[in-house]
Design a protein around this ligand. Structure first.
Ligand code: PLP
Length: 426
């Protein structure tokens, strides 16, 4: 198909009339569709229902080291859970602390601790005139929400197909000691589905930050969330790379079983060097006497081990794959060659990221809404909700059915075409 930019004004006008007829027909149906929520569908949650049966009044409710999971104790988690979450994080058990039900909560808490108490004896960030975080964009809105909440200035760093632009990261981090952290989703990133290359991970491990209390916030939320089990993305394990580079304390790794078992009722963990873990625990012991060990036990009894978890993720993939493919098929067949948008077909994770012509994202999201399709708000993938190019739109295909998705994707591409034509006619 010919790029829209090569069409004459008359051709664009006649195409717009045809698209408007189609759009108004769909609009008249009064549909209510939602591609905004990155949450698992009920069919995926059903996969973990067996977890409700593995603990009952007849069960032995002790962990493998004999801890009674009904009672207080085990501040940093039971051994069984540490093994499972350590395997998931690709580190040894002594490098892991088990937390509560949400990794985002741990990230918030970590930034909060750095603000009030500092990192390993350094000045608390709240006492500094300026604290900045690097934010690879597009990225996860809730990361940006945390740093915004604490008044931390966010600096955009462009994402490349290999991960964040490391030339920029290295330069900024080495020159500016007010830069204290960077948000990273290294595997099947939210929203682009990009997995960091080996070179990117190594460059992270070798960073020479001006600030001794700079930390990489490595949110491995989609570590085992492959769509294609026969062709998974594999990334280097950063903690080990940091150790090899002589930078063992540079990274905090976050993980959870949210989109493995039940979002909001999973188990979260941090992996880090022993010095960093001691810092975490110093704070944690005032916070709680221990997290929910029955939930930890339930997860271990249900999944048993990493093989069990991988097998479980294959069932998730079988549900998610047709949904991603339904959307990608419509994008491919309707938009290829028109040069009015770019997207990446992800191999895992929860999102497809779409880049429209500059200045069109907000208008596309609004147009789709007119026809009953809710998308993630344009700009949400950038710090402060401000996409400087007004171009990025996050598509979340997990929640609707494949049938709903085919209709939703059709509304989306029609909206993209209409708004792009208007832009070209300006
Ligand atoms: N990190 C990323 C990158 C996410 O996309 C999400 C959820 O969408 C989370 C963290 C939330 O994780 P949790 O449920 O463990 O708080």
């Amino acid at each position: 198909m010919k790029p829209y930019s090569q069409l004459s004004k008359d051709e664009l006008l006649s195409m717009r009339s045809e698209l408007e007829v189609k759009f108004n027909e769909v609009k008249a149906k009064g549909l209510s569709l939602d591609m905004s929520r990155g949450k698992p569908a009920a069919a995926q949650l059903n996969l973990s229902n067996g977890m409700m049966d593995v603990l009952n009044s007849q069960c032995d409710l002790k962990s493998e080291e004999g801890v009674d999971c009904r009672n207080y104790g085990s501040l940093d988690g039971i051994k069984d859970a540490k093994r499972l979450l350590a395997d998931m994080s690709e580190v040894s058990m002594d490098k892991v602390i088990i937390y509560g039900n949400s990794s985002l909560n741990v990230m918030f808490d970590t930034v909060s601790r750095c603000m009030t108490h500092g990192v390993l004896g350094h000045t608390p960030w709240c006492r500094l005139d300026k604290v900045k975080f690097l934010c690879p964009v597009p990225g996860y809105d809730r990361h940006f929400g945390i740093t915004e909440y604490f008044g931390i200035e966010m600096v955009n760093v462009p994402m490349l197909p290999t991960g964040p632009d490391m030339d920029i990261v290295e330069k900024l981090v080495s020159e500016d000691d007010s830069i204290k952290g960077i948000w990273c989703v290294p595997k099947y990133s939210n929203p682009q589905g990009i997995s960091y290359s080996d070179e990117t991970v190594r460059r992270f491990a070798h960073l020479k930050p001006a600030a001794p209390d700079f930390r990489i916030f490595w949110d491995n939320a989609y570590s085992i969330h492959h769509l294609y089990d026969d062709d998974p993305d594999v990334i280097l394990e950063l903690l080990e790379e940091c150790e090899k580079a002589g930078n063992p304390d540079l990274v905090y790794k976050f993980i959870s079983t949210s989109k493995v078992s039940f979002p909001g009722s999973g188990v979260a963990a941090v992996a880090a060097s022993s010095a960093n873990l001691a810092d975490f625990k110093k704070h944690m012991k005032y916070q709680t006497i221990g997290h929910d060990k029955l939930n930890q036990l339930r997860h271990v009894r249900f999944f048993k081990d990493m093989d069990g978890m991988r097998e479980h993720m294959r069932k998730h993939a079988a549900i998610l794959r047709p949904k991603f493919e339904a959307v990608l098929q419509v994008l491919d067949s309707e938009l290829t060659g028109l040069e009015i948008g770019n997207w990446i077909a992800p191999k895992g994770g929860y999102f497809i990221s779409f880049d429209a012509l500059d200045g069109c994202a907000k208008a596309i999201v609004a147009k789709a809404k007119e026809a009953g399709l809710v998308m993630t708000g344009a700009g949400a993938t950038f710090p402060y909700g401000k996409d400087p190019a007004d171009s990025n739109i996050r598509i979340a295909p997990s929640f609707p059915t494949p049938e709903e998705l085919a209709i939703a994707a059709d509304i989306f591409v029609t909206s993209v075409k209409l708004v792009s034509i208007d832009k070209l006619l300006e």
